[in-house]
Design a protein around this ligand. Structure first.
Ligand code: NAP
Length: 285
């Protein structure tokens, strides 16, 4: 039977640490970290994410500003807002909630965010820093996965690590972080041949596929550490992950549940990045 790694517990620990440090820099240096969250249009899922981010800011003692723009906002208007926030001394982190409406080029908007305030770590300059292992911010979801692995003191060095998925926001940076910790990393994707053969060789398996219950027990080696990044809906519309928990859990040594695994880590790491941004911008690092 696998040990469940609880994202609820680990993320609360991260948020408590951020809160403590925020209180300290407020008292000593008069600094209150500020996060601006920009949402364009009325996608209900994005709305939920933005509300959760605002709540998390309040909990750790940050200032948060929300910019809710109509779906008709032009790319130029959005970039003008980003530039205004880049120049605002009260704002240390800027997050533009994705996806954006189709008429807006996401890449152009992300590139407009000042890399120092890019707390999602999606800007090419931050992505490049991650490649060479010289970074301030890590993308929140892969960073959250690393925090979960570290919370159990799971050895990465020399282990076979398999990542399913190669997206820019999860799969690729995930692989890079495991590589930085000396894992032997394989990235798989939709064109990978004999996927099960590769996953069965994984000591650490990270699933970021976006397909409900995709990873089944027969794809997992006995004793593997299985991290489920997926946030999917099953046939009954219920939230589930990329991992078929019921068939995988009996074989794994550690496993993250959905919900309550990687999900809560993402916002906690966003808080950590925003605090880091505030410290850097105020010369505390
Ligand atoms: P994505 O951009 O759609 O990428 C999915 C990846 O899975 C792609 O690289 C794709 O390969 C690969 N894939 C698809 N079918 C496959 C197959 N049959 N075999 C092997 N690989 C396959 O998704 P994403 O943004 O990375 O997100 C992945 C999952 O994580 C989603 O469920 C998402 O909701 C969840 N997520 C959760 C959080 C969180 O906070 N917990 C944050 C972000 C994402 P190709 O590149 O070849 O198409």
């Amino acid at each position: 039977m696998a040990k469940i790694i609880s994202g609820k517990i680990v993320s609360q620990r991260v948020r408590d640490d951020v809160k403590r440090e925020t209180e300290s820099i407020k008292a000593k240096n008069g600094i209150v970290p500020g996060l601006a969250v920009v949402i364009v249009g009325d996608d209900p899922a994005s709305r939920v994410y933005v509300n959760n981010k605002k709540k998390a800011c309040a909990e750790v003692g940050f200032k948060s500003e929300e910019y809710a723009l109509s779906a008709e906002t032009t790319q130029e208007e959005l970039i003008a807002l980003v530039k205004k926030l880049n120049a605002s001394p009260e704002i240390n982190g800027i997050l533009v909630q994705l996806p954006l409406p189709k008429h807006i080029n996401e890449k152009a908007v992300i590139e407009a965010i000042s890399p120092e305030k890019d707390v999602d770590a999606f800007h090419v300059s931050n992505v490049g820093r991650i490649m060479i292992g010289d970074y301030h911010f890590l993308p929140c979801t892969p960073a959250g996965v690393m925090e979960l692995i570290h919370s159990e003191n799971i050895e990465i060095c020399g282990k076979n690590c398999v990542v399913i998925g190669r997206s820019n926001i999860v799969g690729k940076p995930m692989a890079m972080l495991l590589l930085h910790e000396n894992g032997t990393v394989t990235i798989t994707h939709s064109r990978t041949k004999n996927l099960s053969e590769i996953t069965r060789n994984a000591d650490i398996l990270v699933a970021a596929v976006g397909k409900p219950k995709f990873v089944t027990g027969d794809m997992v080696k006995n004793g593997a550490v299985v991290i489920d990044v997926g946030m999917d809906r099953d046939e009954n519309g219920k939230l589930c992950g990329d991992v078929d928990f019921d068939s995988v859990e009996p074989k794994a040594s550690y496993i993250t549940p959905v919900p309550g695994g990687v999900g809560p880590m993402t916002i906690a790491m966003l808080m950590k990045n925003t605090l880091m941004a505030a410290k850097i911008q105020n010369g505390l690092i």
